[in-house]
Ligand binder design. Structure first.
Ligand SMILES: [Mg+2]
Length: 382
């Protein structure tokens, strides 16, 4: 079964006033996703998702003009061979680094979808996992900067749906962040896990002020206080308290960057995104590295139901999953366009789909509704 075609389909939609969410990387103006379709000589077609970075048109061009020509003709089941070729030609020499990782991620996810369909097995089974219930937290683009009262109301809405954990956005001012987390803890009580994410907007001085308060409210983690490559600040932050682990990984690419996180010795919760880190093949390598160092995996998942469903399969097939990040955005048609990819139970858990492969039926006629709007999806006030 050979790879005969690789097609990247960019999709976008705008967020109107009132539907935007503000967080450490700015306010959402639109959302984008790239669906990657891989066709084979046996007529089996697989679909994956590549994160658009902040430049969906560029990632689509990279997939069509650079990655596809080097992979067409290879065995569709040869995920390791594909990984080796992209790593050799695009990731390690004269390539475009993280861009190649985004493109590879979508292709690799589609190849795993093909493998599952060929074997007539749901992906979690193919990966060696079982259908088990996985704790989920209310995340995605939600719970952004807003008055503490409405933030607590939004969090309560997710708890009422079944979530036992919610993620609040920090990185506003330290004073406002502290006011919000204290209020939400008071309203939710002690039984809900409160997670926090600064989306790289903090300085080390901010973290010195905020971390002791996060320890006081027993927050589950502080995610991405700093830029992904700022290892010195990560090391410094980890010395402030051991009571709140520092989390990162959605902006780290390939097993090699996760190995650097290990060397920095400061990030105790890993959050690779299967549509960014290089795909499921790469994710398995990262999960094994984490397992050997007793680091919990909280696999980040982006825009569409494809990545959400693939992430739940993956999370069911590694031994160190902590939470699935459920996208609870009030408005995300890219999440919903293929039907339901996960359902939260009253126990706060989700479980993997049962159909072969990723288990999502892709109706390509829907794509025409969400034509590409190129450019970045966030506006930041400088
Ligand atoms: Mg995050």
């Amino acid at each position: 079964m050979k790879i005969t075609a690789i097609t990247a389909i960019p999709l976008s939609f705008r967020l109107d006033q009132g539907k935007t969410v503000t967080m450490g990387i700015g306010s959402t103006t639109k959302r984008d996703a790239i669906i990657v379709k891989v066709e084979t000589s046996e007529g089996i077609t697989g679909y994956g998702e590549a994160h658009p970075g902040r430049s969906p048109g560029a990632v689509v061009s990279l997939i069509h003009n650079t990655l596809a020509p080097m992979l067409i003709g290879m065995q569709a089941t040869d995920c390791i061979g594909v990984w080796k070729r992209v790593h050799r030609m695009q990731l390690s020499s004269h390539g475009v680094g993280s861009g190649a990782s985004l493109g590879l991620a979508g292709i690799d996810m589609a190849l795993w979808d093909i493998r599952g369909k060929a074997a007539n097995m749901p992906l979690y089974e193919l990966l060696g996992g079982s259908k088990r219930r996985l704790p989920a937290y209310a995340g995605g683009i939600s719970l952004g900067y807003q008055p503490k009262e409405s933030l607590a109301e939004e969090a309560q809405e997710y708890v009422a749906r079944g979530y036992k954990a919610v993620k609040l956005r920090l990185g506003d001012t330290a004073a406002k962040d502290i006011e919000r987390v204290l209020h939400v803890r008071k309203v939710l009580g002690d039984d809900i896990d409160i997670l926090t994410d600064a989306n790289t907007a903090y300085t080390i001085a901010d973290v010195r002020r905020v971390l002791p308060v996060l320890a006081e409210i027993k927050a589950g983690w502080l995610e991405e206080p700093f830029a992904c490559s700022d290892f010195a600040s990560y090391r410094e932050a980890a010395k402030i308290t051991s009571l709140v682990p520092i989390a990162a990984g959605e902006n780290h690419y390939t097993r090699f960057e996760f190995a650097q996180l290990l060397e920095a010795g400061s990030v105790r919760i890993w959050q690779p995104d299967l549509s960014k880190c290089g795909g499921i093949t790469e994710g398995l390598a990262i999960a094994a590295l984490a397992s050997a160092h007793r680091i919990p995996m909280n696999t980040h998942s982006s825009a569409t139901g494809l990545n959400h469903a693939a992430t739940i399969h993956f999370a069911s097939a590694i031994e160190n999953t902590q939470y699935f990040e459920a996208c609870v955005s009030h408005y995300n048609p890219l999440r919903d366009m293929f039907g339901v990819s996960f359902e939260i139970g009253k126990d706060g858990c989700v479980e993997p789909l049962d159909k072969p492969g990723i288990g999502i039926e892709v109706d390509e006629s829907i794509f025409a509704k969400y034509p590409l709007i190129d450019g970045p999806g966030y506006v930041v006030k400088f």
